[in-house]
Every structure is written in structure tokens, then in C-alpha cells.
Design a protein around this ligand. Structure first.
Ligand SMILES: Cc1cc2nc3c(=O)[nH]c(=O)nc-3n(C[C@H](O)[C@H](O)[C@H](O)COP(=O)(O)OP(=O)(O)OC[C@H]3O[C@@H](n4cnc5c(N)ncnc54)[C@H](O)[C@@H]3O)c2cc1C
Length: 452
């Protein structure tokens, strides 16, 4: 280490919801940190996104650590219902309270709280991490490019990768430090997407709604979302988990096509393409001197694409284990391990269900899903049970009778639910320490590979 190099207790890479939440929670614990982001200070919080943030999760975060939920102008719209429309003539409606938020305004408020209330956290905008520093099998810091092009090194007892889907710290970790998580995600674990914030001349027909629709313009397993952002404002977008067939399609073109079809007079306020993870959480999210939160840990719900709340909450839970590690001066993988147990308990089932749904969408035409609901093979109660993380018994005798016209479909749905159940069971039985990890990972990888 040279005199010019900087030293801190915790280096947090990325000031999105995961990094800001971790910094706020470490600030409260009076732990010295440096929070770096490649963006300018004014742009921290901005992110092209569907903008939906669950009210329940924002409330849980407040109860856990006092971070106030979005309020006033940070909220674009409170949403009452979610609509799933697999074909033009069928729609499933779920009463579901959520909100669309202004991510920049909400992110800026959290940043201001951090700057005003927690002097132990130093914020360095316009600092881009380019590499991970490793010594003796441990992550010890990052190499960082400043705005003027100068490279500096920041050393830390623990480095937290909160850099979103790029996982810049994780992807530079060598196998000798950890072989428990993939460094670079496979293309087929990535969802490509494109979105637009639009304004229409008259009040639209989707007040207080979030909608997921399928249209013939989309390659399977693509979907079109429409989230209300006010009387005349909407967040619309398309996305799909990459496969061999759909990788040639342009999300931007298809989004524009659907906008021209459904909102021909719309004015475009903002538009951007981006990616998100569509896989199970990383098998492990820690190693010696390293922890990862939010999208960098693949904590996004692969069905809904919701990752904002998991990012905020993972920041809180990471702070708990990081505090202990700093106080005990033990920054080892073992010392940080409880975070894995917690994250898999919270998000393993969502991931498993997501994998099952994507496998189903890849092997069953979208229109067949309406058959399941029209014939009440899957009822509203079943959907609630599936989404609320308790068991649904499929197929039972009556369901088999009702589904006789499409037995293959029913078998595939049952297989999908079974796959999700198995992943749920393993998620709840995450190894309590590193010793049993490899056996556990082998089991989960085997289930992931199953065909539906
Ligand atoms: C199209 C789309 C739609 C979505 N819709 C929704 C939705 O409706 N609801 C929902 O809950 N979630 C949604 N998500 C997911 C949600 O946006 C993410 O899950 C969430 O932002 C994750 O937060 P994060 O802090 O982990 O990462 P990010 O928000 O991505 O923040 C990462 C931060 O790290 C910084 N960074 C990256 N690389 C470097 C580097 N090398 N050096 C320094 N800094 C770096 C970035 O500038 C950024 O500020 C959507 C995502 C996409 C792409």
C-alpha cells in the first residue's frame, strides 16, 4: 500500500438503493465507509426502471431501520390492482397495493439524509471502479478511475458490491478467493428490456393499474408492461429472458411498435434500455472481505422484475453482518455467512418460482395460460397462494378432470410448481456454515437444470 492510497473500514461500490441503504445502515452504526459511484451526485438515484415499489416492503424497511418510505412528489401513483393478460380476450385481476415512484427524487432524498446525518460515510461521486484488489485470497479493495482519468486505490476491511447487474467487484474476483458464485452471469440469466415514460393527451384507461400483457409482436417469453404514473402518464416497457431464439430481437423496436399501436399520440418523456438478472440469487453472496447486495447478488424477482425492494432490504441485512465483522475484527467468509442464510430464506422461493415460470413460458404458448384460468384449473386462490409463498396442491383430481383437454399443459404446470417447491425447501435449508455448502449447491443446480 502506498501513501497516496486511501484506507477505510467498508468500501461500498454503487449508490443505487442497495448501496445507499447499506451506507445509511452502517452510518447509523457509526462505521467508517466510503461510498463510490460513477455517476454525478445529481444523478444518483436515477435508473431506467418500471418504477414499481411495493408499499409493504417500503413499510418493512421503515420498521427495520427508520428509512422513510417514498412520500410527496417521490410517489407518482398509488396502484391498486395488477392485471395479467395472456391473450386479448382474457384477463386475470389481482388486488395488489403498490406504487410507482420517481426514482431520482427518492434516491436524492436518501443521499441527502446520508450526507447530513452520517459524517462517518464519505461519498465520492464520479468514481468508477475498474478492478478488484485481491491479496492472500481476500478482497482488500478496488482500483478506481477518477473523473480526471487518474487511477486511485481504496483499501477496505470489507468491500460491498452494490454496483447493480454489472457486479463489477464480483466479476473480478478470482477462483482462488471463491468458487461459490459465478463471476460473470451467463447470457441466458439476463433479461433484456426497454422502457419509455410517456404522456398521453387524455386521461388513460389504466388509472392505478399495473399490467403485464402478451402481444404477438413479442418473442417468447416476452411481456409488455403498462404501469400508471398518474392521470396522463405511464411507464411502459418490454422485456424477455434471453434464449437462442429471441436474442436477435430488438427490445427498443418492439417497445416502439407497441407504443405506436396502443398510445399513438403519446409524448415520450424518457426512454432507455437496460438489463436485469433473471436467475436464482447467487449461491453465495460473500467471501473473505466481500459481500454483495441488490442486483449484483441477483436478488431481482425473475417474474415481476422487482428488485428495488430487495436491494433496499439486502442493504439493511448486509449492514447487520458487516457491523459484527468489524466489531469482531473478523472479515472472513464464515463471519459474513449469516447474510447468505437470510437472503436465501427471503428470496430463494421468488427465484425458484421465477425459474419455473420462465421454463413454462419457454415451452407453453402464452394463449394456453388463459385456458388454465378460464377452466378454473388455477383459481384466484391458487394464484394468491403461489404469490404469497404457501403451498398450492396441483394437480388434484378435479383439476385433472377439468384439464383433460390439455393434459400436457397441466403436467407442465404441475412440474413447474414442484420445481418451485423444491427450490423453496432448499432455500429454507441453506447451509448454516460453509462446510455443507457444496452438497447444497449441487442439489440446487440439479433442480435448476430440470426440464419442464
Ligand atoms: C427495465 C427495468 C425495469 C425495472 N422495473 C422495476 C420495477 O418496476 N420495480 C422494481 O422493484 N424493480 C425494477 N427493476 C429493477 C430495479 O431497477 C433494480 O433491482 C434496482 O435498481 C437494484 O438496485 P441496486 O442498488 O442493486 O442497483 P442499481 O440501481 O443498478 O445501482 C447500481 C449503482 O452502481 C453504480 N455503478 C455501477 N457500476 C459502477 C462502477 N464500475 N463504479 C462505480 N459505480 C458503479 C451505478 O451508477 C448505480 O448508481 C427494473 C430494472 C430494469 C432494468
Amino acid at each position: 500500500m502506498l501513501d497516496l492510497d486511501i484506507k477505510t473500514d467498508v468500501l461500498i461500490v454503487g449508490a443505487g438503493p442497495a448501496g445507499i441503504s447499506l451506507a445509511l445502515n452502517l452510518g447509523k452504526r457509526n462505521i467508517s465507509c466510503i461510498l463510490v459511484d460513477q455517476k454525478t451526485k445529481k444523478m444518483i438515484g436515477y435508473k431506467p426502471c418500471g418504477d414499481a415499489l411495493s408499499l409493504k416492503a417500503a413499510g418493512i424497511l421503515f420498521e427495520l431501520c427508520g428509512i422513510n418510505p417514498p412520500r410527496g412528489e417521490e410517489i407518482s401513483e398509488i396502484l391498486d390492482t395488477a392485471h395479467f393478460q395472456p391473450t386479448l380476450d382474457y384477463e386475470l385481476k389481482i388486488y395488489h397495493s403498490s406504487q410507482t415512484v420517481d426514482r431520482l427524487k427518492y434516491g436524492q432524498r436518501l443521499l441527502n439524509t446520508l450526507m447530513m446525518d452520517f459524517p462517518c460515510v464519505e461519498i465520492k461521486p464520479k468514481h468508477k471502479v475498474v478492478d478488484t484488489l485481491i491479496e492472500d485470497g481476500k478482497v482488500v479493495g478496488c482500483r478506481i478511475r477518477q473523473e480526471n482519468g487518474k487511477i486511485i486505490k481504496i483499501y477496505a476491511k470489507i468491500v460491498a458490491d452494490c454496483s447493480g447487474v454489472t457486479g463489477i467487484v464480483r466479476r473480478n474476483i478470482t477462483e482462488d478467493v471463491s468458487d461459490k458464485f459465478p463471476k460473470k452471469l451467463h447470457n441466458k440469466e439476463i433479461i433484456v428490456s426497454y422502457l419509455e415514460i410517456i404522456e398521453v393527451p387524455k386521461p388513460h384507461n389504466y388509472q392505478k393499474q399495473m399490467r403485464i400483457e402478451y402481444h404477438k409482436e413479442l418473442p417468447a417469453p416476452g411481456y409488455f408492461w403498462i404501469f400508471s404514473k398518474g392521470e396522463k402518464k405511464l411507464n411502459i416497457g418490454v422485456g424477455w429472458l434471453i434464449n437462442d431464439y429471441n436474442k436477435q430481437f430488438s427490445a427498443k423496436k418492439i417497445c416502439e411498435q407497441l407504443r405506436n399501436k396502443f398510445f399513438p399520440k403519446a409524448k415520450i418523456i424518457d426512454a432507455a434500455g437496460d438489463t436485469l438478472t433473471g436467475r436464482l440469487p447467487l449461491y453465495s453472496m460473500v467471501s473473505n472481505g466481500f459481500i454483495t447486495c441488490g442486483d449484483a447478488g441477483a436478488l431481482v424477482n425473475p417474474i415481476s422484475g422487482e428488485g428495488h425492494a430487495p436491494a433496499l432490504l439486502s442493504g439493511f441485512y448486509a449492514a447487520e453482518v458487516v457491523e459484527l465483522a468489524i466489531r469482531n475484527q473478523d472479515y472472513s467468509e464464515e463471519a459474513l455467512w449469516d447474510y447468505n442464510v437470510k437472503m436465501w430464506d427471503m428470496y430463494g422461493y421468488d427465484g425458484g418460482l421465477g425459474i419455473a415460470v420462465h421454463k413454462l413460458l419457454n415451452s407453453v404458448p402464452f394463449r394456453d395460460f388463459s385456458f388454465l384460468f378460464e377452466k378454473e384449473i388455477i383459481s384466484q386462490n391458487d394464484v394468491d397462494a403461489i404469490m404469497e409463498d404457501y403451498s398450492v396442491k396441483l394437480p388434484i383430481f378435479q383439476k385433472i378432470i377439468k384439464g383433460l383437454r390439455k393434459p400436457v399443459l397441466l403436467i407442465k404446470v404441475a412440474k413447474g410448481l414442484l420445481l418451485a417447491e423444491r427450490i423453496k425447501k432448499l432455500s429454507k435449508n441453506y447451509p448454516q456454515n460453509t462446510k455443507k455448502f457444496y452438497r447444497w449447491m449441487k442439489k440446487i443446480k440439479k433442480i435448476e437444470k430440470r426440464r419442464i
